[in-house]
Design a protein around this ligand. Sequence first.
Ligand SMILES: [Zn+2]
Length: 287
Amino acid sequence: MLVSAKEMLEKAVAGHYAIGAFNLNNLEWTKSVLAAAQEANAPVIVQVSEGAGKYMAGFKNVADTVRNVMEYQNITVPVALHLDHGTYEGALKCIEAGFSSIMFDGSALPIEENLAKTKELAELCASKGISLEAEVGAIGGEEDGVVGMGECADPDECKKIADLGITMLAAGIGNIHGVYPEGWPGLRFDVLEAIKAKTGDMPLVLHGGSGIPDEMVQQAVRMGVAKVNVNTECQLVFAAATREYIEAGKDQKGKGFDPRKLLAPGAAAIKAKVLEKIYLFGSNDKA
Ligand SMILES: [Zn+2]
């Protein structure tokens, strides 16, 4: 059964650890992430972007696939199925499809519009027992024009959106999506501290968790980050393991071209990476 992310995040805040939120791309990802969470006895969030939802033949197929794999693999740890960076329309579609958690990303909208739409979705999600992640936009500042700094949120805007009845809040603290550029100065713990001071026990979400040095992630978790998104790193290890298999000529030996063999090293690499992240975030044995 899929669960809302609310309870697992509240426990994470109280226990000073974070829940890993792993983006899915296909069946290999789904099987590997769920197997790793079960092995580590960790509550987990699996999530898709709207693009990955399309790639996986629609949100309904994503929800059905996750449920079916959970049943087949005897997954007993709490699993929340979450929409990552959803539009307003996408959020409604995922609620319809049976997701147990939603992100509405209004960070590119004017703040008043972001607040209004977030409030509307917060009421809808609350009525259905679904958790909701919101995001505020970045503020300008001295980092403007400096390459690779990452963006930061305004703590007062964070407070406004946190008060709308959301479950978790994504706020920029210098983090970046994708591969971190050379010379990136690191997370802004001063900004995180200011946001935490305004938002209290609201679980905070760290996006772009791939490529931030481990000790910085752990520091952020100690300071109130309760959900860390991981996407790029699983993609990189999958690609590297698949490349190694093909470059070793294994696809040309016997039935090495069979997708069940060809994709196995990549799937194993995803599972290993997810396990590594769960232990880094401290959510192991918290199911
Ligand atoms: Zn993100």
